[in-house]
Design a binder for this molecule. Structure first.
Ligand SMILES: O=C(O)CCC(=O)C(=O)O
Length: 262
C-alpha cells in the first residue's frame, strides 16, 4: 500500500484522512477482544461508567495482536506517506473508553513545528449523533487555528455559545465510520465528539516526525517533560525481535528519555 499524492495533500490541507475498510471484520473482532481484556483488567473487572472515561497508556503493547499493529505494513504505509519514510518514531499507543461528549480541542500550535499523526480505530459503527469524531477541516494551522481557540477556551461549558452557536453546532465534518476504517488526524486539528454511549472504544497509535532543528528538539523535550506516559519508549518494544519496532523507539532512548514498561 502506498499513499497517493491526493491523500497526502488532503491530509496537509484538511488535517485528517480516512482509510475505509482497511482492516477485516475478523481483525476488528480480535482487536475488540484484546481491548476488552486490557480494559477489564485495568479496572479490576468493574463496569465502565459515567462520569469516568477510561484511558490506558501504553495500550497496544499489552496484547499480541494489538502489539503487532505498531509495525503492521498498513500502519507503516500511512506513517511513511504522511511523515516521510524513515523520518518518524512511535511516540505512544493509547486505549480509550470514552464516556460522554468530548469537547472541542486542538490548536496546540505544534503542527507548525513538528508533524504528529494519530492513527485511530473506532470499534463500533458511529454517526454524528452517536459519537463519530467531528473535525473542523483545515483548523490545524495559522490564523484559522488561532480564531478557534475561542471554542476550546470555553470547552468546560457545553452551554456556552460562541458566534451564537452551541459547541456541537460549530460547523464541522463528522467522520462517520464502521469498524475496520482507520481515521488519521493531527492533534492540532480541532476535534470533538457528541452523543456517544459510555464505553465508546477509541484506540490509537501516535507517530511523530523525527526532530532535526533545535526548535523541534526543544519541542519534543518539552512534550516529554510535561507528560507522564508520552515520549517514553516501552521496554517490551525495545526488547522485541521486531527490528523495525526497536528502531521506532530508539530515538527516545538516545535523547535520554525514561523507559516505561507495561
Ligand atoms: O473520539 C473522541 O471522543 C475524542 C478523541 C480525541 O479527542 C483524541 O483522540 O484526541
Amino acid at each position: 500500500m502506498e499513499l497517493t499524492n491526493d491523500q497526502t495533500d488532503f491530509f496537509e490541507t484538511f488535517g485528517f484522512l480516512t482509510f475505509r475498510g482497511l482492516f477485516s471484520p475478523n481483525e476488528m473482532g480480535t482487536m475488540l477482544r484484546e481491548s476488552n481484556e486490557i480494559m477489564s483488567a485495568d479496572r479490576d473487572g468493574n463496569e465502565v461508567g459515567p462520569p469516568i472515561r477510561q484511558a490506558v497508556q501504553p495500550f497496544f503493547e499489552r496484547r499480541p495482536y494489538l502489539h503487532s499493529l505498531i509495525t503492521d505494513s498498513r500502519m507503516l504505509a500511512i506513517a511513511d506517506g504522511l511523515l516521510g519514510k524513515d523520518n518518524y518514531f512511535m511516540e505512544l499507543t493509547e486505549g480509550n473508553l470514552h464516556v460522554g461528549d468530548t469537547a472541542w480541542h486542538g490548536g496546540f500550535g505544534s503542527a507548525e513545528i513538528l508533524s504528529h499523526i494519530k492513527v485511530s480505530f473506532y470499534l463500533e459503527p458511529l454517526v454524528r449523533e452517536t459519537g463519530a469524531l467531528c473535525v473542523i477541516p483545515g483548523s490545524h494551522k495559522g490564523d484559522f487555528s488561532e480564531r478557534l481557540s475561542r471554542i476550546s477556551d470555553r470547552a468546560e461549558d457545553p452551554d456556552a455559545k460562541v458566534w451564537g452557536v452551541y459547541p456541537r453546532d460549530v460547523p464541522s465534518y463528522a467522520i462517520e465510520s464502521t469498524p475496520g476504517d482507520v481515521l488519521v488526524f493531527k492533534e492540532d486539528t480541532y476535534h470533538g465528539a457528541w452523543g456517544g454511549h459510555p464505553g465508546r472504544h477509541q484506540h490509537a497509535i501516535n507517530y511523530v516526525q523525527l526532530p532535526k532543528t533545535d526548535e523541534q528538539h526543544a519541542h519534543v523535550r518539552q512534550m516529554y517533560e510535561k507528560s507522564k506516559y508520552s515520549f517514553r519508549p516501552v521496554k517490551q518494544n525495545l526488547e522485541s525481535d521486531d527490528q523495525v519496532l526497536r528502531r521506532l523507539q530508539q530515538p527516545m532512548v538516545d535523547w535520554g528519555f525514561e523507559v516505561q514498561s507495561v
